[in-house]
Design a protein around this ligand. Structure first.
Ligand code: NI
Length: 169
């Protein structure tokens, strides 16, 4: 068990695209995945991307049954994605509130595509492809953005809808 310190907004590495994983069976990947999972659980995240714990590779994970930070959300299958890709299945977007372990204490209203298909490799090296809508699609787009060096505040349209969660709600 290794809970890592979360890299926060302002760290220059969070603003850069992460590198592709070359060898899916690299033993360093399994220890990275363990640290990501331990850190995500320790901070009650519903998703985490490798750059958030200081590893600048294209690895992300997400999912949960119930999360006290998002009591209204639908369950999302626990998923690990290495070298993921996303395809938008319609141009339709919707706005909802997001938070991020790298932007503690804040929430923002973020537009995301409603319907996506995503692909990637799992921790066992198997290819995974899935369609997602709504909150599930939102979480995948949020984590994927981390791999491209994008944090959710960069996607907010109206900065009046960005603030501290104890003031907003
Ligand atoms: Ni995040």
């Amino acid at each position: 068990m290794a809970v890592r310190k979360i890299v926060k907004m302002g760290h220059p590495q969070l603003m850069q695209p992460a590198r592709e994983v070359v060898d899916l069976h690299d033993p360093q990947i399994s220890s990275l995945l363990q640290d990501m999972q331990d850190s995500m659980l320790a901070y009650s995240g519903i998703g985490i991307a490798a750059p958030q714990i200081g590893y600048f590779v294209r690895v992300m994970m997400f999912g949960c049954d119930f999360n006290p930070r998002y009591p209204q959300m639908d369950p999302i299958p626990r998923t690990i994605l290495i070298n993921p890709t996303i395809e938008f299945l319609s141009q339709e977007m919707e706005e909802d509130w997001e938070g991020c372990l790298s932007v503690p204490g804040l929430r923002g209203l973020v537009p995301r595509f409603k319907h996506i298909r995503y692909q990637g490799y799992t921790e066992t090296g198997h290819f995974l492809e899935r369609e997602a809508e709504g909150f599930h699609a939102r979480v995948v787009q949020h984590e994927y953005d981390h791999l491209d060096g994008i944090l959710y505040p960069q996607r907010i349209k109206d900065m009046r809808c960005f603030g501290f969660e104890d003031e907003l709600f």
